[in-house]
Design a protein around this ligand. Structure first.
Ligand code: CA
Length: 221
């Protein structure tokens, strides 16, 4: 009898150890998953002077650190951006902002100068211009950002843009102070790839993981 009792007690202890082990492994696995997905900062990027699409009072801001010269940004703009706009911006739950990253040299700078000029002229014209710039990016790597190309793209959008002002803003680097603000943000937030996506003060490792973006937005709402 005593032997049987001891046997069943051992079985209980063994079962408990196995359960504890499984729980520990599960928690560790979840922790490592989360650690690889997000990076938290003390604050979100400063929005003053940045373009903002959607409800300005929304609790959540989706930031794209992007580059008009970057093919992945064009792809992100086609695959992820429309879904986010439909599900979160158009519904008023979140707004969207774009910060220039100049990882592709002088063409990145020129397209940023142009976009900042359009923003300064008329914030309503910014998003149509922004989207048209990504559409204008050719599928094959080439030098396509020129003053004439910027004017050509600007000509296609509504509301209309003052072409003479846009041309002189680009040529005289009039909007360089705004571009410098973005370059400082890129440095301060240690942005290493484009696009980089932040939801308020949290940066995602994978900008194409739509489920992770949604999870984070829902958490912040
Ligand atoms: Ca900016």
């Amino acid at each position: 009898m005593a032997k049987k009792q001891a046997k069943s007690r051992n079985l209980v202890i063994f079962t408990l150890i196995v359960i504890a082990l499984i729980v520990t492994l599960f928690v560790l696995n979840q922790m490592s998953k989360e650690a690889g997905k997000y990076q938290s900062f003390d604050n979100a990027p400063e929005l003053t002077g940045q373009p903002l699409l959607g409800n300005k009072d929304a609790k959540v801001t989706i930031y794209e650190f992007g580059d008009y010269k970057c093919p992945s940004c064009k792809y992100w703009g086609e695959q992820i951006y429309p879904k986010l706009v439909k599900d979160y911006v158009d519904t008023g739950k979140a707004n969207f902002s774009f910060i220039n990253v100049l990882f592709h040299g002088e063409e990145s700078r020129m397209s940023s100068l142009a976009a900042e000029s359009v923003l300064a002229q008329n914030p309503e014209a910014f998003w149509p211009f922004h989207e048209a710039l990504f559409r204008a990016q050719p599928d094959v790597e080439s030098n396509w950002v020129t003053v004439n190309k910027m004017l050509e793209v600007a000509q296609t959008i509504q509301p209309g843009i003052d072409m003479a002002k846009l041309k002189s803003d680009i040529e005289t680097l009039a909007t360089q102070p705004q571009v410098t603000i973005d370059e400082d943000l890129v440095r301060n937030f240690k942005v290493k790839q484009t696009p980089t996506i932040m939801i308020n003060d949290v940066m995602l490792d994978d900008p194409f993981d739509y489920d992770a973006i949604v999870e984070l937005i829902e958490e912040k709402l």
